[in-house]
Design a protein around this ligand. Structure first.
Ligand code: FNR
Length: 338
């Protein structure tokens, strides 16, 4: 259909949706280092439906905020053309309502059909949809029909090759633009080998682009990404844990030293007034192998953004940005009241 927007999912390197990791600062950092497309963390349809859309002029962001002021989703114009919003849903009507509410602020919608957590399964979301092909088809068909942006889906493999092939062919028939396949079943854990051969077989039978996922254990440098793509015969690659540990994995010039990456991450968090608890969580994830180092121990015990900034030699920057922001805020309030 002519009025539909499109997105090119071929030859792309993509930041995966990761709860608490793939929030705005990490997405912007991944893009800065060379990621082509970024997914936000999974957000449940109910939350978007109960949030209010606010244009945050102080930060230049668009925020979806709950009545208790929790920010459900924050985005910035810089990522507008590369941002895929991942939806958690178990119901076509709710999925469409949530997606339509947010579609003008994003480039595409992805439905999570891979999450094996009890919370998702109990709600009939995530990997529960792999055992409910009719429901999965209904949700995707409704989204494709009602939205002006591309719809995709992220799945895990099923217990047998044939079941996986049947499932991907079924969802392809809904008109989705691409499918991400994490090459593990919902029972398998990250330490299990990723089934690259199953992704390859799926890529061979599908016409839409397949995005291969699950390769982080073997991805420690940029060249490994293309190796994983070739092994899976996929069009593109999505990276989760390797990016969580060092987002500069997206740099074709090579990884940057971790401490440099963490400082840049904190700088972006300061610029965007990112929530302290989220900033600290992501820093600790990046430090995972280095937690015994002084910066790791101190970061673990930090309780405020000012403390965390000081540990990473960013205190001056933090104070300068905050002072500027306070002045701007007062100016904006004065204008509004005059
Ligand atoms: C995930 N994963 C995930 N998947 C998803 O579809 N939506 C989500 O919100 C999350 N959240 C999430 C959080 C964290 C901390 C991790 C480590 C993972 C799964 C992730 O996107 C990916 O499918 C797997 O991690 C396998 O890919 P890698 O890590 O081998 O590249």
């Amino acid at each position: 259909m002519d009025h539909k927007k499109s997105m090119d999912y071929r030859k792309k390197i993509i930041l995966a949706p990761m709860v608490r990791i793939s929030t705005l600062p990490m997405r912007l950092l991944a893009l800065e280092y060379g990621a082509d497309i970024v997914f936000c963390e999974e957000i449940i349809d109910y939350k978007i439906l109960s949030a209010k859309r606010i244009e945050n002029n102080l930060l230049g962001t668009i925020d979806y905020v709950l009545s208790d002021e929790t920010i459900v989703f924050r985005t910035h114009p810089k990522e507008r053309d590369k941002l895929v919003f991942q939806l958690g849903t178990s119901d076509p009507k709710r999925a469409v309502a949530a997606a339509m509410k947010i579609e003008k602020d994003i480039s595409a919608i992805d439905v999570n059909m891979g999450c094996p957590k009890l919370f998702s399964l109990k709600g009939g979301m995530g990997a529960a949809l792999l055992s409910e092909p009719d429901k999965a088809k209904e949700i995707l068909s409704a989204l494709v029909k009602c939205l002006s942006i591309p719809v995709t889906c992220k799945i895990r493999i099923l217990p047998t090759l044939q079941e996986t092939l049947n499932f991907v062919k079924l969802i392809e028939s809904t008109g989705i633009s691409a499918v991400t396949i994490h090459g593990r079943t919902k029972e398998e854990r990250p330490q299990h080998q990723n089934h690259n051969d199953v992704i390859k077989a799926a890529a061979q039978v599908l016409r839409i682009p397949v995005i291969a996922n699950g390769g982080s254990k073997e991805i420690t440098e940029f060249a490994d990404i293309e190796k994983f793509r070739k092994e899976t015969g996929a069009s593109s690659v999505m990276i989760a844990r390797a990016a969580q540990w060092n987002p500069s994995i997206f740099r074709k010039e090579g990884n940057l030293p971790l401490f440099e990456v963490i400082r840049r991450y904190i700088q972006i968090c300061i610029d965007l007034d990112n929530m302290f608890t989220n900033t600290k969580y992501c820093v600790l994830q990046m430090m995972h192998d280095d937690m015994d180092k002084e910066e790791g121990i101190q970061s673990q015990t930090s309780a405020t953004m000012a403390q965390l900034s000081e540990i990473w030699d960013m205190k001056g920057y933090y104070e300068a940005v905050n002072t500027k922001r306070q002045i701007l805020k007062k100016e904006m309030e004065r204008k509004m009241n005059s």
